[in-house]
Design a protein around this ligand. Sequence first.
Ligand SMILES: [Zn+2]
Length: 479
Amino acid sequence: MKFRTVIGLEIHVQLSTRTKAFCSCPADVFDLPPNTAVCPVCTGQPGALPVVNKQMVDYAIKLALALNCRVNEYSRFDRKNYFYPDLPKGYQISQYFYPLAVGGYMDIDVDGTTKRIRIRRLHLEEDAGKLVHEGDSITQAKYSLVDMNRCGVPLVEIVTEPDLSSPKEARIFTEKLRSILRYLKISSGDMEKGALRCDANISVVDLERNVSSNRVEVKNMNSFRFIEKALEYEEQRIMEALMRGENVEKETRGWDLATKTTVSMRGKEEESDYRYFPEPDIPPIVVSKEEIERLRSSLPELPDEKKLRFVQVYGLPEYDASVLTMDEFVADFFESCVELTGKPKETSNWIMTEMLREMKELENEELKIKPEHIAELIKMVDQGEISIKTAKEIFPEVFRTGKMPSQIVEERGLRQLSDERTIFEIAKKVIDENPQVVSQYRSGKKSVLSFFVGQVMKQTRGTANPKLVNEVLRRLLEG
Ligand SMILES: [Zn+2]
């Protein structure tokens, strides 16, 4: 049977503003003790009035522009009514009828081709508090505690059209969104800390019978890997149901890390359940064309533009340019290196493989490596002072200690032996000690050359210049 998977995403981004959406409490509450960043506004005390945070609106407009959306000159807040213990007001302030921005897109690279994912809308809202269940959340909670620090923390919600057709595309989309958030410096984009939260709607179409499954919403995917894993699991579950001639329930399911499956959370609520109505305490947001243009001109060079420039200016393959521009720090590092080396592709190879591998292992430590380190490594290899193998061997030490490569090479006696006379003498000795192998070579078995090369390398602890060793050995064996 043939199937097509249809995925749409709803992503919440926590904006890194100084204060909350509608009051002057701090917005970065992740490490604060419970209920220490609260006030009458964000805890919904009677008579308290919300005031819109301008920085929040500016950040959201920047994001909307970076995602090619049309920013509405008029937008408005609405109340989304529901009861939950972590929502003291009994409603969440959101934008329903008149969102801040609509009609955008983001291009993603999937297996070497570019795919455009449309963005339906982008709007502002406030976060809710957090419930902490005593004991275990799944098993025997005797009571629950509420922490209202997160109430009123500013969020942007981004809703895509159902243009994604695989779990992998959903992961790539979210990763690229994080990259853009970090370029804009408007959110940490940390999924582990809840600054980037992704919910997905997934359905599967049976192309042979032309029927579509119900749509399932998947939540709790708090890492890029889990987005892909949870959706793969769900895709498979829906396909199997279709193959049995059944349909799946229209419901909300959560990714369960322990069992690596999705589990039912609740039936999907309809939007009408929330009884949206205009927020009477906050005037509409009116943004002039000039203001929008001012914000547009303040945008930095974004990943797509940077990638294009890296291809055009440095002649890099598209793949390299994509990898290097994912992270602005890495992109800047690359450019500083190239200024020193003048060799874009060699520099890119070092950064994409050795450096990114080491960076993945880092946890919050300060980065000690500087562009000068990579430049010196490339120069030493080019000038034959060390082999590429030695260069790769010492790289982790350069990275971890911040010592210059030349210093490590000196300390460990790894300088490449390129003195022809010394190599000649070692080669001659090796040949004299192995007359049988010499006669094998001379009777036509040329492959034994590698035995001699190996012996010379061993005697020089791997520092002999391999090209020179080969030349000298050939001359001795054939001369
Ligand atoms: Zn407050």
